[in-house]
Write a protein that binds this ligand. Structure first.
Ligand code: PLP
Length: 440
């Protein structure tokens, strides 16, 4: 191996070098093939090496790749905005384009605060979020994230925001029905708002399905409807962080669509450009943007690469691909099949406490004792060992640990491209089963 000058996630570790990808497969430079069982970081959701996306990239680069957003709009940006307005629920008709999920959630935070200022309610500046959540790595986004592991080193720099418990059905109080549990968890939001004072709270942010910090934890029906009611009652904006769940991943266009809930702000990333270019968006309702338009007329956020025509064209091509190949519907069908297979694996494995998921966002949680649900000590890193074994045999899955220190959080995400076929799911499951068996 040649000496490396690149700072990698794990310093000192040697990483395989990727060579190319096709469909659900990635290949390293030695020729070894991997099933991209997590679409990378739940990102490459239409698969790798799609020629029509490459064609659009070339065409747009030759037309114009970059024109600064304060000088020009572009056809690509306008068409992408219109497409997202068409896809999004309710009055979420406006998109602010950024380059990563972290920027998208941090922009949502800023727009929420600015909205209340322009409404003449400047004390509404704080955000409420949940434990077992991840909204991004930059300081504003991390302030809203209930991900213990990622916060730890930076706590003194983070905004002191109130945090409530998420619904975590697998670990709900014994004997409590899912209906009661949904109301119980949503009730925590009302308690937090009343404790701090509605005049202090700008917004509540949540992932429709918990991703990186829990491993595809799906809330019980009724939870988000209740959250919406509470937000309305106390003039608190609801931000749906759809960076992981959006654009078909869960078998609906957006996670909140499963419960018919309409957010005030919605963030997108990952599958929005499916790994072909960095691209993300913060979507806002007419009410928010009309208020700011009538007020200062200027959104106080943005990045150099925001709304660049190149990324917009690629993202638009990805959305068109998702539509043309019915990938939202396919994610629901293939997701049901994958979940059935994961359940079979969970039934026969002594270390899988729960198989769960929505569409093609699926998770496995590992436990020491299936009866008592006692977690493994975090130091054992069971999820990390399964991930390593899977990698060895040519399967990529994604870690979802560290959401709550010492409690659970020993999970993995299985989230293959939405294009995956039934035969490919069987192939994925063979490798995953082998990896779990090597660890248990
Ligand atoms: N929000 C959610 C729900 C995420 O899952 C992530 C990343 O995993 C982010 C925000 C941050 O996105 P990025 O890593 O693109 O900054």
């Amino acid at each position: 191996m040649q000496r490396s000058y690149v700072i990698k996630p794990e310093l000192g570790k040697e990483y395989a070098r990727v060579s190319h990808g096709k469909g659900i497969y990635l290949y390293d430079v030695s020729g070894k093939r991997y099933i991209d069982g997590s679409s990378g970081a739940v990102t490459a959701s239409i698969g790798h090496g799609i020629e029509e996306i490459a064609d659009v990239m070339r065409e747009q680069a030759l037309k114009v790749s970059f024109a600064y957003r304060s000088h020009f709009s572009s056809d690509a940006v306008e068409e992408l905005g219109a497409k997202l307005a068409d896809w999004a629920p309710g009055e979420l008709n406006w998109s602010f384009f950024v380059n990563s999920g972290s920027e998208a959630t941090e922009t949502a935070q800023k727009i929420a605060i600015q909205y209340w200022q322009e409404k003449g309610r400047p004390t509404k500046t704080r955000m409420i979020s949940r434990w077992m959540s991840y909204h991004g790595i930059t300081m504003g986004a991390l302030s809203m994230s209930g991900h213990v592991l990622r916060r730890k080193r930076f706590v003194p720099l983070l905004a002191d925001y109130p945090v409530i418990s998420p619904p975590y059905p697998y670990r709900r109080p014994e004997g409590m029905s899912l209906e009661d549990y949904a109301m119980h968890c949503a009730g925590e939001l009302e308690t937090a708002i009343l404790r701090i004072g509605p005049d202090q709270i700008a917004a509540f942010i949540a992932e429709p399905v918990i991703g990186a910090s829990g491993g595809a934890v799906v809330p019980p029906d009724g939870y988000f409807q209740r959250i919406r009611e509470i937000c309305d009652r106390y003039d608190v904006l609801f931000i749906a962080d759809e960076v992981m769940t959006g654009i078909g991943r869960t078998g609906a266009k957006f996670g909140v669509d499963h419960w018919g809930v309409k957010p005030d702000l919605m963030t997108l990333g990952k599958g929005m450009s499916a790994g072909y270019t960095p691209m993300a968006a913060t979507m806002a309702t007419d009410e928010l943007i009309d208020t700011i338009t009538r007020g200062s007329g200027l959104i106080m956020a943005g990045h150099t690469y925001s709304a660049n025509p190149q990324s917009a064209a690629v993202s638009l091509a990805v959305l068109r691909y998702v539509e043309a190949h019915n990938l939202v519907e396919k994610a629901a069908v293939q997701g049901a099949y994958l979940q059935k297979k994961l359940q079979e694996l969970a039934d026969e494995s002594p270390i899988i406490g729960e198989a769960r998921g929505l569409g093609l966002l699926c998770g496995l949680e590992f436990v020491k004792d299936k009866q008592t649900k006692e977690p493994f000590p975090l130091s054992m890193g069971v999820a990390a060992r399964v991930i390593a074994k899977a990698f060895e045999s040519g399967l990529l899955v994604y870690p979802a640990s560290g959401g709550l220190d010492g409690v659970a959080g020993d999970a993995i995400i299985i989230s293959p491209p939405l294009t995956i076929t039934t035969e490919e799911i069987d192939e994925l499951m063979d490798l995953l089963k082998k990896a779990v068996q090597q660890v248990q």
